[in-house]
Ligand binder design. Sequence first.
Ligand code: CA
Length: 225
Amino acid sequence: MHLLYVEDEAKIANFVCAGLKEQGFMVDYCDNGDEGYYRAVDNAYDVIVLDIMLPGKDGLAILKSLRQAGRNVPVILLTARNELDDRIEGLNLGADDYLAKPFFVEELVARIHAVVRRVSGEGQNLLCVGPIKLDRITHKVTCNQQTVELTTREFNLLEYLMRSPGRVFTRTQILEHIWGYDFNPNTNLVDVCIQRIRKKLDSFDGASSIESVRGVGYRFYKPET
Ligand code: CA
């Protein structure tokens, strides 16, 4: 799940980012409201976690602009304990939930799952293509009804491909999306990870689900309809 997190307090942000990544989220983080707003507009996030008091555009202003632009991405606001008016205003502006600081990362994760489930419905959190079922909430993957144990990275890669069956993704696209921008584009990380997933799926007769496209990259097999 791809998440935008806007927070100006570095100490809290480091802690929360680490906790979310540990839970398998792909986190885009920024520390000011203006950049946060541009990222929110430019990308299709599954959820946005917004601090209210921010340098630049504040959290409520970001939320308001997003909703005015017709963007209904789920938004969770982070508020200080005494900002009751802000919470009410936030909910009125179309926030999906709020969390008062200080909070436990586990609680934030639970809220994220709850709003994503509510907004998109169970249907979109369960990807089913051919013999493979992938649950974005529980992180459970089955192939021909058998549980496949994947690492977080393998899960994220499989999810990325499965979201668009038949679409070819280049190695660079996959690398940027799953590993971030800091890797040498000549690395073979993507190929190695794909081989591992295929090997695991192969135990349950599903290895052909991920197809290589020579000279380009990979795609998830799209069954004839
Ligand atoms: Ca703040």
